[in-house]
Design a protein around this ligand. Structure first.
Ligand SMILES: NC(=O)c1ccc[n+]([C@@H]2O[C@H](COP(=O)([O-])OP(=O)(O)OC[C@H]3O[C@@H](n4cnc5c(N)ncnc54)[C@H](OP(=O)(O)O)[C@@H]3O)[C@@H](O)[C@H]2O)c1
Length: 284
């Protein structure tokens, strides 16, 4: 009987995490919640169990949780969805999933959050115990993720809540870095985007799931070297706007997080410390 439930399994992070989890924990230990089973054939071929449905549906959540002792909540709505949907999925449904998980007897709940939950203007890398207060410029996504974390903290500690806060995720065929070039068009040339490779996110989720003393803790996950706007343009062969060099970066530490805790407590290290390491390894 599958005992680990993973949501968001057909997304960018989930579809790369689940095959690894199936190797680490055994495919028959894994159940995935997907919205469309037709898009989960590759996952089904691994031998994991599929449950189809929307995370916002209480009956779907209950079905997905039968017999589970652990949950990795990867699902999120943030790519071009209305704000209301972001709050429904990222906060309301996620918190309800955690509540129902407690009732179902789950003792480890890994919540995939984001490095964008922190208040800006810290003047240093954000640490896990810093205030969760994302600025309004980060929109419904960051707000919904921060509010979900705050609500989950109030639940019974028996849930074994572990929060993982990845930076901008890239690698393994994900077009995310390429997509960031458009955003970087308005940035100063030296503005840095904190990034983390998919392999390193998978490893962090696994350590969060499988390390007993990770219960009740939050962990930042980021590679060692953010990529600059200049490098993003250069890498993708896109000319940088002429005025990018003179622009001012209002918050040079935006999104930069300390990884001291996950290194010390979970023994995590980035396999791909920088985009350049990943490129050299053929892992982009
Ligand atoms: N990618 C990043 O740079 C990044 C950075 C920091 C944190 N994160 C976090 O990592 C997690 C995964 O991100 P991602 O990049 O993989 O995002 P993604 O590609 O958009 O995947 C999101 C997943 O959530 C599922 N989902 C959305 N709404 C749902 C609903 N109502 N019911 C059930 N499932 C639903 C999607 O289902 P479909 O496959 O059917 O669309 C998809 O599988 C998220 O929690 C995100 O906040 C990502």
């Amino acid at each position: 009987m599958a005992r680990i439930l993973v949501t968001g399994a057909t997304g960018q992070v989930g579809r790369r995490f689940v095959p690894r989890l199936a190797r680490w924990a055994g495919a028959d230990a894994v159940r995935v919640l997907v919205r469309d089973a037709a898009r989960a054939e590759a996952l089904a071929r691994l031998g994991v169990e599929l449950v189809e449905g929307d995370l916002r549906d209480a009956d779907v959540r209950a079905r997905a949780l039968v017999g589970a002792d652990s949950v990795v909540n990867v699902a999120a709505a943030f790519r071009g969805v209305p704000d209301a949907e972001a709050f429904q999925v990222n906060r309301d449904a996620a918190v309800e999933l955690a509540r129902q998980a407690l009732t179902a007897g789950v003792t480890r709940f890994v919540q995939t959050s984001t490095n964008l939950v922190y208040a800006g203007g810290l003047g240093r890398p954000a640490q896990e115990d810093d205030e969760l207060a994302p600025g309004p410029q980060l929109g419904a996504y960051a707000a919904s993720k921060a509010q979900a974390e705050l609500a989950m903290r109030e639940l019974d500690p028996a849930l074994g809540l572990t929060v993982v806060r990845p930076a901008f995720v890239y690698g393994e065929g994900d077009s995310h870095l390429r997509d960031a070039v458009q955003r970087a068009a308005t940035w100063p040339a030296h503005k840095r985007l904190p990034v983390v490779h998919h392999a390193d996110v998978s490893l962090a989720l696994w350590r969060a799931l499988s390390t007993p003393h990770a219960a009740g803790r939050a962990y930042n996950v980021m590679g060692d070297a953010p990529i600059s706007a200049f490098e993003l343009h250069q890498r993708h062969g896109v000319p940088q706007p002429a005025d990018a060099v003179g622009r001012v970066d209002g918050d040079p530490w935006q999104g930069v997080v300390s990884t001291a805790r996950i290194r010390a407590e979970l023994g995590w290290r980035p396999l791909f410390p920088s985009v350049w390491t990943a490129r050299d390894a053929g892992a982009l």
